[in-house]
Design a protein around this ligand. Structure first.
Ligand SMILES: Nc1ncnc2c1ncn2[C@@H]1O[C@H](COP(=O)(O)OP(=O)(O)OP(=O)(O)O)[C@@H](O)[C@H]1O
Ligand SMILES: [Mg+2]
Length: 273
């Protein structure tokens, strides 16, 4: 059955800024709102969503390509108490040949994933950092793009570079900014304002502000315990912020068109010459 299925990618120029943890906990928040959510580990070179969840996948995304596996055979449910409706599509880590998929492999993957993706309300793609062709194509496939930045200047310049390449090469210029690792709302707003001012001046568009996520020791504990923060400490500052992000995404979904054959959750990618 086709639902209104909205895909969103979680991206960053600089690595280690919190993408995977935010993807995981925002998906958890969407599930708590009653949505059916698929979390895809699209960091094909250094996949680690299985580690964050403490699970050992028997099959993974690479099996779809190598062994012609049906994506639905690979799912690992991770809702409260192992409930389905919040499902992980894991990837294998350390297979160098998957770090950069060629155009053919990417479009086969997209075609094979779309029928499954269309049965979910949200499809989240946790993507590797940087500006490799695979990162850029996954970002261009999604309907919404969440760019994670931190107040560090290097995070700002790298995310600016990422948005610049996506808009120049893939004609994509709508982004939602998440400011992670903030100490105050002021700092988050200042960080966002700095990035949006350079985007406006040099790229001709202004990315939207989605939310801030506070620096939170409980998140580090959750990573060590290999459980979602939203499950372990749902009232902690970062968990409350992830819930706010989920609520905002849910409202954005309301305004988007429905899914259909001409409007699949994972879009065809067009590269500008
Ligand atoms: N809000 C936060 N509060 C405290 N620590 C955080 C927060 N966000 C991220 N971290 C720390 O940053 C680490 C890296 O996070 P994560 O693995 O999600 O980043 P990433 O962007 O996915 O990295 P990569 O680019 O390697 O995929 C976490 O293990 C945690 O220690
Ligand atoms: Mg990651």
């Amino acid at each position: 059955m086709n639902r209104k299925s909205v895909s969103f990618s979680v991206l960053s120029g600089k690595g280690g800024v919190g993408k995977s943890n935010l993807a995981l906990n925002i998906c958890y928040g969407l599930h708590l709102l009653g949505r059916k959510v698929l979390l895809m580990d699209c960091d094909m070179g250094l996949a680690n969503m299985d580690v964050l969840l403490g699970v050992t996948p028997e099959k993974d995304m690479q099996d779809i390509l190598i062994n012609n596996r049906n994506p639905s055979e690979i799912l690992i449910p991770f809702g409260p108490g192992g409930q389905s409706g919040l499902d992980l599509l894991p990837a294998n880590s350390g297979m160098a040949e998957f770090v950069d998929l060629d155009t053919g492999a990417r479009s086969i993957l997209r075609e094979k994933l779309n029928p499954l993706a269309a049965t979910y309300d949200f499809v989240c793609m946790d993507i590797g950092a940087g500006i490799s062709p695979t990162v850029l194509s996954f970002a261009a496939m999604s309907v919404l793009r969440l760019v994670v930045i931190t107040p560090e200047p290097t995070s700002l310049t790298d995310s600016y570079a990422l948005m610049k390449v996506l808009s120049a090469r893939y004609d994509v210029s709508d982004f939602q900014i998440i400011v992670n690792l903030t100490d105050s709302r002021d700092e988050a707003k200042r960080t966002y304002n700095r990035l949006s001012a350079v985007c406006k001046r040099f790229l001709g568009f202004v990315p939207a502000f989605l939310c801030e996520i506070r620096t939170d020791r409980s998140l580090v504990d959750a990573v060590r315990k290999q459980r979602p923060l939203m499950e372990l400490s749902p009232r902690s500052p970062a968990a409350l912020d992830c819930m706010a992000a989920a609520e905002k995404l849910d409202r954005l979904r309301d305004a988007l068109p429905g899914t259909g054959d001409n409007n699949p959750p994972l879009r065809a990618v067009r590269v500008l010459e």
